[in-house]
Design a protein around this ligand. Structure first.
Ligand SMILES: C[S@@+](CC[C@H](N)C(=O)[O-])C[C@H]1O[C@@H](n2cnc3c(N)ncnc32)[C@H](O)[C@@H]1O
Length: 370
């Protein structure tokens, strides 16, 4: 356990979304350019009109909407068994009612009661912290102690994302060039391979959660978990953490999953977990992944602008929404997604896979039922 830093000084709302304002400006510029081009070359207007009419007709003919999930890596959800398909369908219906512009982790953190003598025993856990900003920003927003867990040497197992690609074990190590650049540009220092607290009330626990989480809880007998932020990415680590923490969840515990809309990862792990114990819960927010806040924490303004421009350029050139017409995922999105989802997904230069929920009933985890 590494204990560093003092109580956070700045409790300002840390949720910065300048990147997405820049992205919307770029979209607006593209739209205005297209409108002007149509004005000067009316043939373009006819072409655009035909494309829109074709899209509308195709959407009318495409009745199989249940196959779509708002994560463009996602596979066809009909591959799954009925119970899981039903869970996904219910999840989508409910999270659509709680879309937010920002990041569910910071949104939840800002809404937690501030530190009092009554809640000082509650645990705020950040699982998977990389260079530590998710933990520090949670401490800023809550004004409370936050515990961050990471190997700091990367993923402990391969992360198979849907049927798309594998992120290898060891990725996200702090020795990676990308981590080194963010460490330098966001002013983070390391001590024994662990990021510094930088004046916040955060404590980093180094090691695999398979080894660290249970002893950490054992040292704090009976302490309830108030905030559980899952950003370990893989199905196995997620399910293991849920199982290890299960007796510390209470009614009112807030669980935030950074990669919830990966159907073979955190979503699947939570589906199995809640099903096993008959947990009751309600979704609260659906929005941006917190990892992108690393760019918002770059210390110099011009460098930050460079990071934002790079993110916008990657998002544009990546073309998932625009020119991957050979991909089935592309058609599931444009033909199958509700219009509200299309607007929500297009409105950010990043992925919106993060979801938060509140436990409202403990099912068989209720100690009075055990
Ligand atoms: C996506 S990164 C976390 C990003 C971070 N929350 C942020 O906002 O910048 C995932 C992190 O989880 C860590 N990790 C994955 N599985 C782990 C495990 N079982 N135990 C400890 N750390 C793990 C990796 O080392 C990696 O740093």
């Amino acid at each position: 356990m590494v204990d560093s830093g003092t109580v956070g000084r700045t409790h300002q709302t840390a949720d910065r979304t300048s990147l997405h304002r820049l992205w919307k400006t770029v979209l607006a510029v593209i739209a205005v350019t297209l409108a002007v081009a149509c004005y000067f070359a009316p043939v373009l207007l006819i072409a655009v009109g035909i494309l829109v009419a074709l899209l509308l007709c195709a959407r009318l003919m495409y009745r199989d909407r249940d196959r779509y999930i708002p994560n463009l890596y996602a596979r066809d959800v009909r591959l799954y068994d009925d119970a899981y398909q039903e869970f996904i369908a219910t999840t989508l219906r409910e999270i659509r009612r709680c879309r937010i512009a920002g990041h569910p982790l910071l949104w939840e953190a800002a809404r937690l009661p501030k530190r009092t003598s009554d809640n000082s025993g509650e645990l705020l856990l950040d699982l998977g912290v990389w260079i530590g900003w998710s933990t520090r920003l949670t401490a800023d927003a809550t004004g409370r102690t936050v515990y961050g867990f990471d190997t700091f040497s990367g993923l402990v197992e391969d992360w198979q994302i849907e049927d798309q690609f594998v992120i290898k074990q060891g990725t996200f190590s702090l020795s990676d060039p990308l981590a080194q650049r963010f460490i330098r540009d966001t002013g983070v220092s390391l001590s024994d391979g662990v990021p510094a607290a930088l004046g916040r009330d955060v404590h980093y626990v180094k090691g695999s959660t398979y080894d660290t989480l249970a002893p950490f809880l054992a040292q704090r007998p009976g302490a309830p978990i108030r905030l559980f932020h899952m950003d370990l990415d893989t199905y196995d680590s997620c399910l293991h953490a849920l199982e290890t923490c299960k007796e510390r969840f209470v009614e009112g515990s807030i669980l935030v999953f950074d990669e919830y809309l990966v159907t073979n990862g955190e979503l699947r792990a939570f589906f199995e977990f809640q099903n096993r114990y008959g947990l009751e819960f309600r979704y609260r927010a659906w929005g941006l992944e917190v990892g992108e806040m690393n760019a918002a924490m770059v210390t110099t303004r011009w460098k930050r602008a460079t990071y934002y421009l790079a993110a916008v350029a990657i998002h544009l050139l990546d073309g998932r929404y625009l020119w991957k017409i050979f991909s089935r995922r592309f058609w599931r999105f444009w033909l199958g997604a509700p219009v509200g989802d299309i607007a929500f997904m297009l409105g950010a230069a990043g992925l919106r896979k993060s979801v938060s929920l509140e436990i409202t009933g403990l099912g068989t985890l209720d100690p009075t039922r055990r």
